[in-house]
Design a protein around this ligand. Structure first.
Ligand SMILES: [Zn+2]
Length: 298
């Protein structure tokens, strides 16, 4: 009996698939940019390339949200042609006779880091992706926790500035409006900084530009507030942060830790730790595989 699992990571910008071994090792993988038309054909093609006739013990799917894990459907914001798209059933048709599991990409990132990445010491953690937006997911008692519909752990929409900027969710002042890369750039640009993107902003901050430094300080503070709130509600001992903005290292992590020192004061949060993610772009695939083959608590 094979221990290989098919993992699929469906996102608004790319579709990745992999064969993952029982130890979380990526045996082979492929990816393609997400097309706006014939989107399913692109998924089937990339899955076919990694399967290449191989038998698998199951399949795990990570998808951009919102998802409906009870129905097995996905409605990714950046793929308007997919609304309540039956992704689990479609993938199952490619691997008949084996279990197929679906979860949100934030949950899978957290689960991947907990299984094979920076979260191996923790059974109660949140994973965050701080990038264009801010996503996340929860692992509680060693298990992925998607909540009622699969969308729990959406930490990017914790409110950190009640009178802040409008958010894509329809709300205002969510952490994503402060710490999302493009939002940091527009905040700095409005204060006289000149540059194209978050990578240039990071370079300016390293060079000591006060506006760029303030943008990272503000983003890290917002992320720290959201982690403190989530950790208090869910009794966590770890937050793992990945994504493009987190590549800035201590520029983001120092203000995150300062915010936690101020705002995570409850005694049961005294061991709360923050670490950089280590799996990078593979976290979603490894976590998707873990939905099927990851370790389960006794
Ligand atoms: Zn929001």
């Amino acid at each position: 009996m094979t221990d290989l699992v098919l993992a699929v990571d469906f996102g608004g910008t790319k579709i990745a698939a992999a064969l993952v071994g029982g130890a979380g090792d990526v045996v082979r993988s492929a990816q393609v940019a997400t097309p706006q038309v014939d989107t399913w054909d692109a998924v089937a093609d990339v899955v076919g390339r990694v399967l290449d006739g191989e038998q698998v013990a199951g399949a795990g799917i990570a998808s951009a949200g919102p998802v409906d894990t009870a129905a097995g459907t996905v409605s990714p914001i950046n793929v308007p042609s997919w609304r309540e798209f039956p992704l689990r059933e479609r993938v199952a048709s490619l691997v008949p006779g084996v279990p197929v599991e679906l979860a949100g990409d934030g949950v899978c990132m957290a689960l991947g880091e907990q299984w094979r990445g920076a979260g191996q010491s923790s059974r109660f953690m949140v994973g965050l992706v701080v990038s264009t937006g801010v996503g996340g997911g929860l692992v509680l008692d060693g298990r992925p926790f998607g909540g009622r519909t699969g969308n729990a752990g959406h930490i990017g929409h914790v409110v950190v500035e009640p009178d802040g900027e409008p958010c894509t969710c329809g709300g205002r002042g969510c952490v994503e409006t402060v710490a999302g890369g493009p939002r940091m750039v527009s905040w700095a640009s409005a204060r006289g900084w000149r540059g194209a993107d978050a990578i240039a902003l990071e370079a300016s901050a390293r060079a000591g530009d006060p506006v760029a430094l303030a943008a990272f300080e503000r983003a890290g503070h917002a992320v720290g507030l959201a982690i403190a709130a989530t950790a208090a509600v869910c009794d966590l001992d770890l937050a793992v942060i990945g994504g493009g903005v987190a590549q800035a290292g201590e520029l983001l992590f120092d203000p995150v830790r300062r915010a936690l020192a101020t705002h995570a004061g409850l005694s049961y949060l005294s061991t709360l730790d923050v670490r950089p993610a280590v799996l990078g772009g593979r976290a979603g695939l490894v976590g998707a595989a873990a939905l099927v083959s990851g370790p389960r608590p006794a």
